[in-house]
Design a protein around this ligand. Structure first.
Ligand SMILES: Nc1ncnc2c1ncn2[C@@H]1O[C@H](COP(=O)(O)OP(=O)(O)OP(=O)(O)O)[C@@H](O)[C@H]1O
Length: 305
C-alpha cells in the first residue's frame, strides 16, 4: 500500500521552464526510496511540490490519504523535510529550535519524544548549546531532529550526505536504517550512486523532468547490468580477428586485453564458446577477469544524451 501517490505531476515555472513532466510515482510505506538524477533534473521540484512549497501545474499527489493541495495541513504534518542547509535559528539553542518545529505542526509539547530524537542523534548533551556553536556535522543532525520533532510518517532527505565526512556519512546511513526500522518511510535524493546502492530498497532515476526508470535496486542492477570478461592475452593483437565476429568484443590495453560484454543472466553467456574459439584460432591468454557493471554505469547510460 502506497504512503505517497503521485499522478501526472507536472511543473512549468513562470520562466516557461518545464521542470517536471507528468510524473507518476508510488512510494511504498516503510521503504527507503532513492531519487537519483543529474543537476537540474527536477528532484528538488518534486520534493518541494509534495511538501507544499511549490504548487504543481497539473496532476496530484496524496500523502497518507491527504491531498497535498486540498488537504495541505494534514498532508504536510505527515512529512519531515531535511533540507540541504540550515538557514535560520543560529542563535537558538538546540532544544528551543526542535521544540518550535514540533509546535509548528500543532502538536502538543512532548519532552519525552524530543529527548528520544536528540539522544538518537547524539545531540542530547548539546541541547542547551546555541546552534552557531555546533560543528557542521552536528548542525546537520539538528536539521534531522527538527524534521523528526513532529513524528512524521515520511522523511525527505535532500542530499543528506553532500559534503560530509566519511564517518558522519556512515552515521547518517545507520540513522536512516534505524528510522526505517521504526516505521518511517524515507525518500532521499542523492548524487552519490554508492549511497543509493548502499541504502535504497528502490531507485527512481529522473532526467530532464521525467522519471526514466523506477525499480527495485536489485532488479535494476540485474536487468540493466551486464558483465565484462577481460581476457589478458599472451601476445598483443592489432585488431579483433575476423574469426571472432559475432561477439560483443573490444580490444583494450594497447591490444593486450580482449573485453567481452555479456548478460550474465542468459544461459548462453558466450564465455565458454569464446574461450574455445580463442583456442581454435591459436590466441593464447594468461589470465581472465570478470566484473559486474556498477549502478553508476547503469545510471550514466540512462541519463546520457
Ligand atoms: N523557482 C524557479 N523558477 C524557475 N526555474 C526553476 C525554479 N526552481 C528550479 N528551476 C529550474 O527547474 C529545473 C529543475 O530544478 P531542480 O532544483 O528541481 O533540480 P534538481 O534535480 O533538484 O537539481 P540539483 O541536483 O542541482 O539540486 C532546473 O532547470 C532549475 O533551473
Amino acid at each position: 500500500m502506497s504512503i505517497i501517490s503521485i499522478q501526472g505531476l507536472s511543473k512549468t515555472y513562470a520562466s516557461g521552464l518545464q521542470a517536471l513532466k507528468a510524473v507518476d510515482l508510488e512510494i511504498r510505506r516503510g521503504e527507503i526510496f532513492a531519487l537519483l538524477g543529474p543537476n537540474g533534473a527536477g528532484k528538488t521540484t518534486l520534493i518541494n511540490i509534495v511538501c507544499g512549497i511549490v504548487t504543481p501545474s497539473t496532476g496530484r499527489a496524496v500523502v497518507d490519504g491527504h491531498d497535498i493541495v486540498r488537504d495541505y495541513r494534514a498532508s504536510r504534518a505527515k512529512i519531515g523535510l531535511v533540507p540541504q542547509e540550515l538557514h535560520t535559528d543560529m542563535f537558538e539553542t538546540v532544544w528551543a529550535t526542535v521544540s518550535f518545529s514540533r509546535g509548528l505542526f500543532g502538536k502538543r509539547p512532548d519532552a519525552a519524544h524530543l529527548e528520544k530524537v536528540l539522544r538518537e542523534l547524539s545531540l542530547w548533551e548539546k541541547r542547551h548549546d546555541k546552534i552557531m556553536t555546533l560543528s557542521g556535522g552536528m548542525k546537520r543532525r539538528v536539521l534531522i531532529a527538527k524534521a523528526l520533532a513532529h513524528e512524521p510518517q515520511v522523511l525527505f532527505l535532500d542530499e543528506p550526505t553532500a559534503g560530509v565526512d566519511v564517518e558522519l556519512r556512515r552515521e547518517m546511513w545507520a540513522l536512516v536504517r534505524r528510522l526505517r526500522e521504526g516505521g518511517v518511510t524515507v525518500i532521499l535524493t542523492t548524487h552519490y550512486i554508492d549511497e543509493a546502492e548502499e541504502m535504497a530498497d528502490r531507485i527512481g532515476v529522473i532526467d530532464k523532468g521525467a522519471l526514466v526508470v523506477v525499480d527495485e535496486k536489485t532488479a535494476l542492477m540485474r536487468k540493466l547490468g551486464t558483465k565484462q570478461l577481460t581476457v589478458h592475452l599472451a601476445r598483443p593483437l592489432t585488431e579483433i580477428p575476423p574469426g571472432l565476429d559475432g561477439w560483443r568484443l573490444a580490444l583494450n590495453g594497447g591490444g593486450n586485453e580482449l573485453e567481452l560484454t555479456y548478460d550474465a543472466h542468459q544461459d548462453a553467456t558466450g564465455v565458454p564458446t569464446l574461450l574455445a574459439r580463442l583456442g581454435e584460432l591459436g590466441i593464447e591468454y594468461r589470465d581472465l577477469h570478470t566484473r559486474q557493471t556498477s549502478l553508476e554505469e547503469i545510471f550514466v547510460g540512462l541519463v546520457a544524451k
